[in-house]
Design a protein around this ligand. Structure first.
Ligand code: CMP
Length: 140
């Protein structure tokens, strides 16, 4: 499969509530990503469950989806060569305690669930996730 140059990020409720949207977007820009779509929204529980469908059945599914529906989030499409892989390097490990110095999850995350940001984990999921949140009219 040809490598996609796009990935999807979510800035999660904890990071939005703590005022980290600006600092996170600034770091994303500085790392060379172009923001081609951007919006705030507050997911319903059903929408959070649909987005995280691939995790349904896992022991953290309910905790994760309740948290993601607990407050507003920021959603963005990021464009760069090798976007999925490079963005996962920028965000660091799922658990902020294990994330490398300078990564977004280390800098702005509180826990495995409240880990500041989401990033697509494959090109295939990036395409699905970008289409989940944005129509063609909302992408620039
Ligand atoms: P995210 O990148 O949004 O994709 C799936 C999310 O599930 C992940 O970040 C974490 O927030 C959450 N997650 C993954 N593993 C666990 C776990 N063991 N316990 C709680 N939440 C988890």
């Amino acid at each position: 499969m040809e490598k996609s140059n796009q990935t999807l990020t979510l800035i999660k409720p904890y990071a939005v509530e703590h005022g980290y949207v600006g600092p996170i977007l600034a770091r994303i820009n500085k790392a060379g990503f172009r923001i081609t779509a951007l919006k705030y929204l507050h997911l319903s529980l059903e929408q959070a469950e649909a987005f995280y469908e691939i995790h349904r059945g896992k022991n953290f599914f309910e905790r994760l989806t309740r948290f993601m529906a607990s407050g507003p989030i920021v959603v963005a499409i990021l464009e760069k060569e090798n976007a999925v892989e490079d963005y996962r390097k920028l965000i660091g490990a799922t658990d902020p305690r294990k994330a490398g110095e300078g990564t977004l999850r280390k800098l702005f995350g509180a826990s495995v669930v409240s880990n500041a940001v989401h990033g697509s984990d494959s090109d295939q999921n990036a395409i699905r996730e970008c289409n989940f949140f944005f129509s063609s009219l909302e992408r620039f």
